[in-house]
Design a binder for this molecule. Structure first.
Ligand SMILES: *Cc1c(COP(=O)(O)O)cnc(C)c1O
Length: 414
C-alpha cells in the first residue's frame, strides 16, 4: 500500500526530496500504476527521462542481450556499444566531435567544466535560473541561489547573467571567460524558452572572445522538443553539449560531447568514470535512438505536442493563462501560485504532472504518449483546475484565520 511504503521510506531515505504522495510499482507505455493499483497517465516521465515510456520491449531486449553477452568492462577496454553510441550521437549532431560518457547530467556538466579549465581560463558565465545539477561543480554554475547558498564556498569565478538578455551576456563575456553555459530552454526553472536569436548572440559573444559555448541539453535533448537536440531548431552549433535524461530510456547515462577542437582539450589522465559508458547502458541508449527513428517519435513529439498545447488553450480552464514550450515539453501557466494544488488534483484525476514552479505546471511525457492520452488530459483539465483553485483558496482562508491549525496543508512546493 502507498501509505505503508511512504512511512517506511521516511525512516530510511534521506529527506533531500519533497515527500512523495504515492509509490509507483509498474508501468507500460505512457501509463503507470501505484502501490494501491491506481492507474495514471504519466505526463512527467520520471522528469523527462522515459522517452520510450515504460517497459519498452526494445530497451528490454537490448539490456537483456547485452547482460547475456558482457555486462561491464570499465574503460580499461573498448566496448563496442559505447563506440557505436558515440558514433551515432556525433552523426546526429552532424559535427566532428568526441564523447566522454558518464552516469548523469551533473557528471556530464562536470566534464564540461573540466574541459573549460583546459582552455587555460577559469571564469564561467551561466544564466540566472538555470539548473545544471547538484554536484559541487554543477551546483556552482546553477543560477538558483537557494540551492547554492548552503554549500558555499563553491567554485570561484562563476558569474550569472539574466537568461535571455543578449546584451547582458555580450557585456559579461571577455578574454577571461573559459565558457558560457546555457540551457537552450530553462527546464527546472519552468520550461522557459530562450528568446529568438539569443543562442546565436551567445555564439557570437563566445566567438568574439575565444570562449567555449556549452549547451546543457540534459533535459532538452533526445527528441523532447521534436528535434534530436533543441539547439538544432535554432541552427546554432555549440562547442560542447551535455546530454543525459532521455538518452538511456530510463537507465543512468550521461555524455559530454566536445565539438571540433573542444573534443581534444581533455588529455590522458584528466578525467574518468568507472561505470561511465558501460555496455549495458550504451546498448539501451542505442535502442532508444533506433526506436525514435523506427517509431517516428520526433515528428510524433512535434505533432502531438502541438495538439496538447492547442488542447490546453482550447480547454479554457479557470486560472490557466497560457502554455509555453515546444514539442512534448510544456508548462501550463497559471494566474496564481496554485501549481502544487494542480499537481495534486491531477494525480487524483489520474494524471501525473509536475509543479515545476509555484505558478507553472510542467508536462514532459514519454514521446510514445497517444492522442487518446492527450484527449483525456485536456478533457479533465478544467475540472482539475477548478479543484486546485478551490483547495488553494481554502489554504489561503486557513492561513488567514491564524495559527490554530497546523500548516500541514500549506502549499510549499517540494
Ligand atoms: C536534470 C538536469 C541536470 C542534472 O542531471 P542529473 O542526472 O540529475 O545529475 C542538469 N542539467 C539540466 C538542464 C537538467 O535538466
Amino acid at each position: 500500500m502507498n501509505a505503508d511504503l511512504l512511512d517506511r521510506r521516511d525512516a530510511v531515505i534521506m529527506a533531500t526530496y519533497g515527500r512523495p504522495s504515492i509509490a509507483l510499482t509498474r508501468g507500460s507505455g505512457a501509463h503507470v500504476w501505484d502501490a494501491d493499483g491506481r492507474e495514471y497517465v504519466d505526463l512527467i516521465a520520471g522528469v523527462a527521462v522515459s522517452v520510450l515510456g515504460h517497459c519498452h520491449p526494445a530497451v528490454r531486449a537490448a539490456v537483456v542481450a547485452q547482460l547475456d553477452t558482457l555486462g561491464h568492462t570499465s574503460n580499461l577496454y573498448v566496448n563496442t556499444p559505447q563506440l557505436l553510441l558515440a558514433e551515432r550521437l556525433i552523426e546526429l549532431l552532424g559535427v566532428d566531435g568526441r564523447a566522454f560518457f558518464c552516469n548523469s547530467g551533473a557528471e556530464a556538466n562536470e566534464t564540461a567544466i573540466k574541459i573549460s579549465r583546459r582552455t587555460g581560463r577559469s571564469e564561467i558565465i551561466a544564466a540566472e535560473g538555470a539548473f545544471h545539477g547538484r554536484t559541487m561543480g554543477a551546483l556552482s554554475i546553477t543560477g538558483q541561489p537557494g540551492k547554492r547558498a548552503p554549500f558555499e564556498p563553491l567554485l570561484p569565478g562563476v558569474r550569472f547573467v539574466p537568461h535571455g538578455d543578449a546584451d547582458a551576456l555580450a557585456a559579461a563575456v571577455s578574454e577571461r571567460t573559459a565558457a558560457v553555459f546555457l540551457e537552450p530552454t530553462l527546464g527546472e526553472a519552468g520550461v522557459i524558452p530562450s528568446p529568438p536569436g539569443y543562442l546565436a548572440a551567445a555564439r557570437a559573444a563566445c566567438d568574439a572572445h575565444g570562449a567555449l559555448l556549452v549547451f546543457d541539453e540534459v533535459q532538452s535533448g533526445i527528441g523532447r522538443t521534436g528535434a534530436w537536440f533543441a539547439h538544432q531548431t535554432e541552427g546554432v552549433v555549440p562547442d560542447v553539449i551535455t546530454l543525459a535524461k532521455g538518452l538511456g530510456g530510463g537507465l543512468p547515462i550521461g555524455v559530454c560531447i566536445g565539438i571540433g577542437a573542444a573534443g581534444h582539450l581533455l588529455r590522458p589522465g584528466d578525467h574518468g568514470s568507472t561505470f561511465g559508458g558501460g555496455p549495458v547502458v550504451c546498448s539501451a541508449a542505442l535502442a532508444v535512438l533506433d526506436t525514435i527513428v523506427a517509431e517516428g517519435l520526433l515528428e510524433h513529439a512535434a505533432v502531438l505536442g502541438g495538439a496538447l498545447r492547442d488542447g490546453i488553450v482550447a480547454a479554457d480552464a479557470a486560472g490557466v493563462t497560457g502554455v509555453r514550450g515546444v514539442g512534448l515539453w510544456l508548462a501550463i501557466e497559471l494566474d496564481a501560485p496554485f501549481a502544487p494544488e494542480v499537481e495534486t488534483a491531477a494525480r487524483e484525476a489520474g494524471f501525473l504532472v509536475n509543479a515545476v514552479a509555484a505558478n507553472a505546471v510542467r508536462l514532459a511525457p514519454p514521446l510514445v504518449l497517444t492522442p487518446a492520452d492527450v484527449d483525456a488530459f485536456v478533457a479533465a483539465l478544467p475540472g482539475i483546475a477548478d479543484r486546485a483553485r478551490e483547495t488553494h483558496a481554502q489554504g489561503d482562508r486557513t492561513a488567514a484565520t491564524g495559527p490554530k491549525k497546523s500548516d500541514e496543508g500549506s502549499k510549499v512546493s517540494a
